[in-house]
Design a protein around this ligand. Structure first.
Ligand code: MN
Length: 375
């Protein structure tokens, strides 16, 4: 998969396994008003009216993609979730909020993965299923392309870093399993480039299980699965943890990384926490970081529209301040925003509305996209 390919071969693969922005969820009617409104703004009202969205998008892959420093990429998959699904709608809804906000985003939107909603990763499939899914997605049983969302995302991200080593990807999920292919491809690419990087992970949960009901790639395991690709476990920092069956000591001793629980952010303040992380990563000569942002790191008051809302979480200004300090000290060269489930109605929250979650996620995402487009 990492054998080198030409720019044209890479772009031609994108036309096969990606779709225009907002089309990641395979549906005709559900949320079609939202998709149309987004695509009118992105691809033009004429293109939507004349059903030329695909044509305009395909054209942009050769013209606009090579010019943009930061690329937005959607993985509308929630097959790796499992408490409450619905994060498959994150890419469409968050994009719509982003495009309607007043901030100008200097980024190119490459589109969404073509998602078969029952699949997670190709390694869980037999030959016969892979053939059938290749036929459904690509009209050919024998074409050598992946069919599951995580496998497609990995192939995309690997090829992207190879073609555009100085560009950055802002990925919108999806349940948190979608960070696995993105972070792994990022870490492998940076290692090949000789860059020293770290992973900064905002989350209410550790996501450090080694497997969950026998599945090693899902929302509860993805972090433990990317640790082997880091230079050392110390190149992982987790922030905002509060919903865990085990204490902080257990995780830090088991994996050898740093965890900063939500209570510690409240006790010491976001500034002190940010300074500590900067000092630790500088001591490791880290130059660049990847930020993986699970929206449930925020208190459910701000992030109710998510698969597992939790009380006692951070306020939006706390991760924002930490990310700003990180940006002052390192290049942010990869990031994601995951677990936004705009249509989830959480029983724990009386006020059922995704707008707060989307607005908060939008402002945090805007910061990350602008940071990644600037240095
Ligand atoms: Mn998570």
């Amino acid at each position: 998969m990492s054998t080198s390919q030409s720019r044209n071969e890479f772009i031609s693969k994108l036309k096969h396994y990606l779709v225009p922005a907002g089309e990641g969820v395979f549906t005709v009617h559900t949320a079609s008003d939202k998709r149309e409104s987004l695509q009118k703004k992105m691809y033009g009202a004429d293109a939507v009216a004349q059903k030329r969205v695909r044509e305009v998008w395909e054209q942009s892959l050769t013209t606009t993609l090579p010019q943009s420093k930061c690329v937005i990429f959607g993985i509308a998959s929630d097959a790796g979730g499992g408490i409450q699904r619905g994060a498959n709608w994150g890419p469409l809804f968050l994009r719509e909020t982003l495009i309607n906000s007043k901030d100008e985003l200097n980024a190119y939107d490459v589109g969404d993965v073509r998602v078969i909603p029952h699949l997670l990763h190709d390694k869980y499939l037999n030959e016969e299923t892979i053939k059938k899914c290749r036929k459904a997605l690509y009209q050919s049983e024998n074409i050598n392309l992946p069919v599951s969302p995580l496998s497609i995302a990995y192939d995309f991200a690997t090829g992207f870093h190879e073609q555009f080593p100085s560009k950055t990807i802002f990925m919108i999920g999806g349940d948190h399993s979608v960070s696995y292919p993105m972070v792994r491809a990022y870490l492998e690419a940076k290692k090949a480039q000789g860059k020293k990087v770290a992973l900064v992970h905002f989350d209410a949960h550790t996501d450090l299980m080694e497997e969950r009901l026998g599945i090693d790639l899902c929302f509860g395991t993805w972090t433990s699965q990317v640790i082997p690709y880091l230079e050392s476990p110390k190149h992982l920092v987790q922030i905002g943890i509060r919903a865990s069956g085990k204490e902080r000591d257990h995780w830090e001793k088991k994996f050898g990384h740093t965890q900063i629980w939500a209570q510690e952010v409240f006790d010491r303040g976001a500034n002190a926490v940010a300074d500590q992380i900067v000092a630790e990563l500088k001591a490791l000569d880290v130059e660049e970081i990847y930020i993986s942002f699970d929206i449930d790191v925020l208190d459910q008051e701000y992030a109710g529209a998510t698969g597992t809302p939790e009380t006692g979480g951070l306020s939006p200004h706390e991760p924002m301040l930490i990310m700003q300090t990180l940006f002052e000290n390192f290049r942010i060269s990869g990031a994601d925003m995951v677990e936004i489930a705009p249509q989830v109605k959480s029983a724990a929250i009386k006020q059922i509305e995704p707008e707060t979650t989307l607005m908060v996620a939008s402002s945090l995402s805007t910061f990350l996209i602008q940071a990644m487009g600037s240095k």
